[in-house]
Design a protein around this ligand. Structure first.
Ligand code: NAD
Ligand code: LMR
Length: 329
């Protein structure tokens, strides 16, 4: 039997947590032969709810579940002890009428202690996925408070945006989602993000040619993807949860699995300076990986329209970084 992988989920009793922990425990990310130990972390008033989640995990009798550790946010080092993966969901979601960036001073401080505890207690090979918003800048805060954890181990989630973009293009073109390849999100998980339809293919042909409607792509399509989180909040009265958990699962799978030829995946990573984007800024790019080390896809071309969109989203990330400079170590 393989050595169990330890994976921590903060905010495990929240909406996303409830959709996420069972699917991880079931073997969906690491496969049917890889045992996992789930570390579930919550604020003290929600520890009772974690007891219920542990009971339900027991009642699933997953062959892959090798143990459950529960910890409160008052003792994050116990929660992250020896973890190979940490998924940071725990934080406050936005309400109708707010932008994700409005959460920056509410949620940002959570990520200083998170970074410090990851550095102090997690396994040497830890990889961290930040979901809690504003996720790019929260990831930057955690990373800067954990200077001994290499910068290529930090990810913030833009996979939900990628999935939304793929679904929109599939619906518009009348083709299956699997026909849409190469779609990647650039920049921030926010209303400035750029879903790069110019470098996307549908059924192996340029998405621009297949859709045949530049105005729709430049206006309705981009706006729909940028505003989808707000539209879900308006319709459901709460922020996306099942689709967010699904995207977190997809991100984890993508970062541990060699990327299939001809495909890319989106995540915000610590910029290595590719495409002139500030080194160290947590920015979403098109990525590939060998399952261990990721690379930014090189050689993509951006016309004036695309470059202006990328510049705008990077400028927003720079401004968020300025807003939290007191939280950066
Ligand atoms: P929720 O309120 O249902 O759950 C959040 C949970 O986090 C709660 O159970 C709460 O007790 C817990 N929590 C709060 N502070 C904590 C802390 N310091 N340590 C540990 N746990 C803590 O919210 P949700 O719908 O699950 O959303 C969680 C976050 O994910 C929000 O910030 C939301 O905006 C974000 N989100 C991001 C994406 C994305 O694509 N990146 C998508 C959807 C939601
Ligand atoms: C989303 O994209 O659905 C999440 O980031 C939640 C939100 O506030 O939009």
């Amino acid at each position: 039997m393989a050595t169990p992988i330890r994976i921590a989920v903060t905010g495990a009793a929240g909406q996303i947590g409830y959709s996420l922990v069972f699917r991880i425990a079931s073997g969906e990310v690491f496969g049917p032969d890889q045992p996992v130990i789930m570390h579930l972390i919550e604020i003290p008033p929600a520890m009772g709810a974690l007891d219920g989640i542990e009971m339900e995990l027991d009642d699933c009798a997953y062959p892959t579940l090798a143990g459950v550790v529960k910890a409160s946010s008052d003792d994050l080092e116990a929660g992250f002890a020896d973890c190979n993966f940490v998924v940071c969901v725990g934080s406050i979601p936005r309400k109708a009428g707010m932008e994700r960036g409005d959460l920056i001073r509410i949620n940002g401080p959570i990520f200083t202690s998170t970074g410090k505890a990851i550095q102090a207690a997690a396994a040497k090979d830890v990889r961290v996925l930040v979901v809690g918003n504003p996720c790019n800048t929260n990831c930057l805060i955690a990373m800067s408070n954990a200077p001994d954890v290499p910068s290529d181990r930090w990810f913030a989630m833009t996979r939900l945006d990628e999935n939304r973009a793929v679904a929109q293009l599939a619906q518009k073109s009348g083709q299956p989602v699997a026909a849409v390849t190469g779609m990647a999100i650039w920049g921030n998980h926010s209303a400035t993000q750029f879903p790069d339809f110019f470098n996307t293919k549908i059924g192996g042909k340029s998405a621009v040619e297949v859709i045949g409607d530049d105005e729709w792509l430049k206006n309705d399509f981009i706006a729909t993807v940028q505003q989808r989180g707000a539209a879900v909040i308006k319709a459901r009265g709460a922020s996306s949860a099942a689709s967010a958990a699904n995207a977190a699962l997809g991100t984890l799978k993508s970062i541990v699995t060699p990327t299939p030829a001809g495909t890319v995946f989106s995540a915000a990573i610590c910029s290595d300076g590719s495409y002139g984007i500030d080194e160290g800024l947590i920015t979403s790019f098109p990525l590939t990986t060998d399952g261990n080390k990721w690379s930014v896809v090189q050689g993509l071309e951006h016309n004036e329209f695309a470059q202006a969109k990328i510049d705008a989203t990077v400028a927003e990330l720079q401004s968020e970084r300025d807003t939290v400079k007191d939280l950066l170590a």
